[in-house]
Design a protein around this ligand. Structure first.
Ligand SMILES: Cc1ncc(COP(=O)(O)O)c(C=O)c1O
Length: 483
């Protein structure tokens, strides 16, 4: 649960229902990412998880936008068992394996010509590390070793390793590591976050032009022939909560990268592999601008497998093929047969059960209900809901307490989003909260992310919205001071 923990580190109070149990919940031999030991899950079925205390909760965010076919799909479970009976592990410098070869083919085919080769990793951060190294390797091999600079964006998240924290920019996540991050090779431009940063007198097109100019200025400032590429999440997830870019943004960014011979790189670890209702988020939310390099992870293994992948275009593949012909990068569990077999099965389920379509249909319904219940005429939460945005089954709700009316909400030092997240769990709903995503300093922001599995039903969407809205209202009522 990468993003939650990063946010939760500042919200150190355990949920109410766990407070009295603290002595029995501790000690634990795990160094948890929360100050309390989270409840233990014992069983999963579809979008439901059973906890050790006998409660059954709904997972409305697929863990960390990971679970995409639920937690108990029989075809995926069978595929893992079958592979276990064949061969669970080989080391990919010595032997390849059938599921990995099959998954790679499936991924390349999914790009409809955008991709030529693929490499595997064991998760999103590893995939993004692989992206950084592949991009640098490419320029080194095609004879442009001067290219050493990456340009990414403020309020982005690309992983929790030192390099990916350097690449991304979110003050809270950088926290104690700021002093050891690389400030020479990683540079940042503004986020594409219209709700907060588009000027009131600016059209969408003008906003895109302003952001494009800023990127181009950054290229010029660094020296265009020193830039490796521009890196962005197609739809931002773990900082600003399901935040798509304005129309035309990615086409403009790609054009600038290519003007200066640099790479256009997308991080679809969270928003990719179907989450937005298309296999790749750039197909629907990125102007159809295919990247030169792309990372995917969460929805690739759907929670059945720790896996990530790096996809590269023909240009990048040919650059590498023309020189070393190898990816100078690897990990012990890369292309693991068991995880690749699970991933193939997850992707086959998405295709055979037409889940991209369901993702779009249920996503539209989720959006409709959220708008009605949170912003409708009699909605208690309406004055505090700043924005509802997203697509597919990836929806962010951003709260704000700066209006005069918001003075009526007294959180007594607690963060609203974190309190809602904790209360929702008590009410039987897992959601994900982020703080610090509403300004560049990372000091303001209350976001909630909803990202249920792609096979969620209409009735389950209704249940999710019911519990979520009730929880928001419950927290608001508890913290409203009378006039
Ligand atoms: C866009 C993005 N990139 C990278 C990562 C890191 O992935 P992981 O937590 O699997 O290492 C995340 C995780 O939330 C993410 O949202």
């Amino acid at each position: 649960m990468t993003p939650v923990a990063a946010s939760a580190s500042v919200a150190s109070d355990p949920p109410e229902n766990l407070k009295s149990d603290l002595p029995t919940l501790r000690p634990t031999s795990i160094i948890h990412r929360t100050t309390w030991r989270p409840p233990v899950a014992t069983y999963g079925e579809g979008i439901y998880l059973d906890l050790e205390d006998g409660r059954r909760v709904i997972d409305a965010v697929g863990g960390a936008a990971v679970a995409c076919v639920g937690t108990s799909h029989p075809k995926v479970i069978q595929a893992i068992k079958d592979q276990l009976d064949r061969v669970p592990y080989v080391y990919n410098m010595q032997l390849s394996n059938e599921p990995a070869e099959k998954l790679a083919q499936l991924l390349i085919k999914s790009g409809n010509g955008a991709f030529e080769l693929c490499g595997f990793a064991s998760g999103g951060s590893e995939a993004m590390e692989g992206v950084i190294k592949l991009a640098r390797q490419y320029y080194e091999e095609i004879g442009q070793p001067k290219r050493t600079n990456f340009i990414a964006r403020q309020l982005s998240f690309h992983g929790n390793t030192v390099a990916t924290l350097s690449l991304a920019y979110h003050p809270g996540r950088r926290g104690p590591y700021e002093a050891i991050l690389d400030h020479n090779n990683y540079h940042h431009v503004s986020p594409a976050y219209a709700a907060r940063f588009q000027n009131v007198d600016e059209t969408e097109e003008q906003y895109v032009q302003r952001l494009a100019k800023e990127l181009e200025d950054k290229f010029v400032e660094l020296g265009p022939d020193t830039v490796i590429g521009f890196v962005a999440e197609t739809v931002v997830g773990a900082t600003t909560g399901a935040c798509p870019a304005p129309k035309g943004y990615f086409a403009a960014m790609k054009a600038i990268c290519h003007k200066y011979g640099a790479l256009f790189i997308l991080d679809e670890v969270m928003s990719g592999m179907g989450r937005m209702g298309t296999t790749h988020a750039w197909e629907s939310f990125g102007d159809g601008a295919a990247p030169d390099i792309q990372a995917v992870a969460k929805g690739l293994g759907g929670g059945y497998a720790s896996i990530g992948a790096v996809l590269m275009s023909k240009t990048v593949a040919e650059g590498i093929r023309g020189k070393s012909g190898i990816w100078k990068h690897g990990h012990t569990y890369q292309a693991n047969p068991l995880v690749c077999a699970a991933s193939v099965a997850v992707q086959e389920v998405i295709a055979s059960e037409n889940l991209l379509e369901n993702c779009r249909v249920q996503g539209a319904y989720l959006s409709q209900l959220l708008h009605e219940r949170l912003r409708g005429p009699n909605a208690l939460a309406a004055p505090y809901v700043f924005d509802i945005r997203g697509g597919g089954l990836f929806w962010g709700i951003e709260f704000d307490f700066e209006s005069p009316e918001a003075a009526r909400v007294e959180m007594k030092g607690q963060k609203f989003a974190m309190t809602v997240q904790a209360r929702a769990l008590e009410n039987g709903l897992i959601i994900m909260a982020f703080i610090g995503g509403s300004n560049l300093e990372g000091t303001k922001g209350d976001h909630i992310l909803l990202a249920p599995a792609y096979n969620v039903t209409k009735a389950e969407i209704e249940k999710i919205v019911d519990v979520f809205v009730d929880t928001v209202e419950e927290v608001l009522k508890q913290h409203l001071v009378s006039d």
